[in-house]
Write a protein of this length. Sequence first.
Length: 253
Amino acid sequence: MATRTRRSQRRTEALSRERIVEAAVELLDTAGESGLTFRALTERLATGPGAIYWHVANKDELLAAATDAVVAAAVAVRPAAEALPTPSPEEPEPPASPQDGIRTVALGLFDAIVRHPWLATQLAAQLSRSPWGTVTPRIFESIGQRVRALDVPESSWFTVASALVHYVLGAAGQNAVNSASARALAPGVDRARFLDTVSAAWEGLDPDEYPFTRAVADQIRGHDDREQFLAGVDLVLAGITATHRREPRPAQE
């Protein structure tokens, strides 16, 4: 009886929507979007296609669910104002300020896109083709709550949050493309050698036509993509603060 119960529990877990989405993410990570087929999914879950179709209608819905699951985990940072007085040891400390919260969400998305090479393409698709789905509101909410806490005027919430979202996803997506290109380099050519080659090529440009590019060519060598990404977030935050800085109230006579 106990053995039968354990088998029943495993079967229930395998047929849950959450388990199906988890398996889809695993397939996307290892085989890419082309490798995510219902046949491969049934083999991984050791079940029939009918059981999967009961939870997910088609591949587009499955891709959207996988994207949403990864994004939800990436942006799961509670604002400090909502933090429990004594968080559990398993739960990370809440960000100390709205700026820290934005940095944490931005890095969460950046790291998720690095870990899941398929994610950047799916994010672009979700934001452009179905902004009414769950992915776009989830990202906007995670950034927007912190934008509101920055005392940005309500009339500028959408513009400011959009600027941050566009930078975060654009820069993280470009980094994903660069990482994919690096993985496709010839054997024996690592990232450092590739950057040296780019730097040398920029240094050899015409000094009259490309004075700036030549001047920064050496900075390409050994730069940290994650640090550079976060520096960009800080520049956007500095611009928001400068643009929407509240004027001090005049002293009372």
